[in-house]
Write a new protein. Structure first.
Length: 328
């Protein structure tokens, strides 16, 4: 099969297309012919050698796919030819990939392959961290950092769906405006407001902060949070080590939560897939939520796609098409 492989960890120039053996399907898995695969920050980190795949996962990049079922168990609820999408442990940048049946979501006709591939990682991450980890409630406020990213755009909208209010940070005025279009009550350009804690406090403060940045944002996040606030850290783009003022945690009764989705047990991911199926897809079809697809690239241009995301140029998701003629 055709797949994106690497000569060694490094920059975008290490990515190349090659023919390799297709994956072997196990019990409870679907073998998919991949039509489209989403690009995530985790892919960039793995490509650079900073985020190795978990034991047993494919070393090929790609954590979310949409495609056609080629093989399934005899007693599976899916059959060859069915259109599905879902979250995988790795291997999405390839002609064929394995998807645990428990994580498979039937693709409705109103979603294109590219649109379907843009959904699982962003919406499952947003649901997992805002609903399950932070317990965001109606009437509360969440500060979403990197609001114009795939996860950020999903989190802003999910807050609104839950009856909560969102503030957002973004890397340009254009991106801040994009966040407001998605429903953020307030949004700021972090390049012009590096000390954002006081600003968010002036807006009334946040009950929850969803942060993929880490160390460099820690003190301002603590300042921005209200008493009994929850800081959910989902990434380390701004470093892993920072000096923590424990007094701020104690006086405000703040909960500091670390969270990653990829190593979660299958049953947790399956629960999130059902949430996407039951809550997100109907809201998208009804127009209560919107897709935030920035662009798609044919797989032969994977290096360009990674460079585009790495430069923070995207507003929402970027997707690879494995079969451009079929992948709409």
């Amino acid at each position: 099969m055709l797949a994106v492989v690497q000569s060694a960890p490094g920059g975008v120039d290490t990515l190349q297309l090659d023919e390799i053996a297709p994956p072997l399907r196990g019990a409870g898995q679907l073998l998919l012919r991949v039509m489209a695969a989403g690009i995530n920050r985790a892919d960039l980190a793995q490509r650079a050698g900073h985020y190795p795949p978990p034991p047993g996962a494919s070393p090929i990049l790609g954590l979310e796919v949409a495609g056609v079922v080629e093989e399934a168990d005899a007693d599976s609820c899916f059959r060859p030819g069915d259109a599905v999408f879902g979250l995988i442990g790795g291997g999405g940048y390839a002609e064929y990939a394995l998807l645990d049946e428990a994580l498979a979501i039937a693709k409705p006709d109103w979603l294109s392959w590219v649109e379907a591939a843009s959904l699982p990682e962003a919406w499952m991450t947003a649901w997992f961290n805002l609903v399950e980890k932070a317990g965001l409630q109606a009437g509360e406020t969440v500060l979403v950092h990197a609001g114009a990213s795939g996860v950020g755009a999903a989190a802003i909208q999910l807050a609104g769906l839950l009856g909560a209010q969102a503030f957002a940070s973004a890397g340009s005025e254009e991106k801040a405006a994009f966040c407001r279009q998605l429903g953020a009550a307030q949004a700021f350009n972090y390049r012009q407001t590096p000390a954002f804690g006081a600003l968010v406090k002036d807006w009334g403060g946040a009950d929850v902060v969803l942060d993929p940045v880490g160390a460099s944002y820690l003190n301002d996040n603590l300042s921005a949070l209200k008493p009994d606030g929850r800081l959910v850290n989902i990434g380390l783009l701004g470093g892993a080590k920072a000096e923590l003022n424990l007094g701020a945690l104690l006086m405000k009764r703040i909960s500091l939560i670390g969270s990653t989705l990829r190593p979660q047990p299958l049953e947790v991911k399956a629960r999130l897939a059902r949430a996407v199926e039951a809550r997100i897809l109907p809201a998208l079809e009804q127009g209560r939520l919107r897709l935030t697809l920035d662009s798609s690239y044919p797989v032969a241009q994977v290096a360009d796609a990674h460079a585009y995301v790495e430069a923070n140029r995207n507003l929402g998701k970027v997707v690879l098409t494995l079969f451009p003629v079929l992948a709409g």
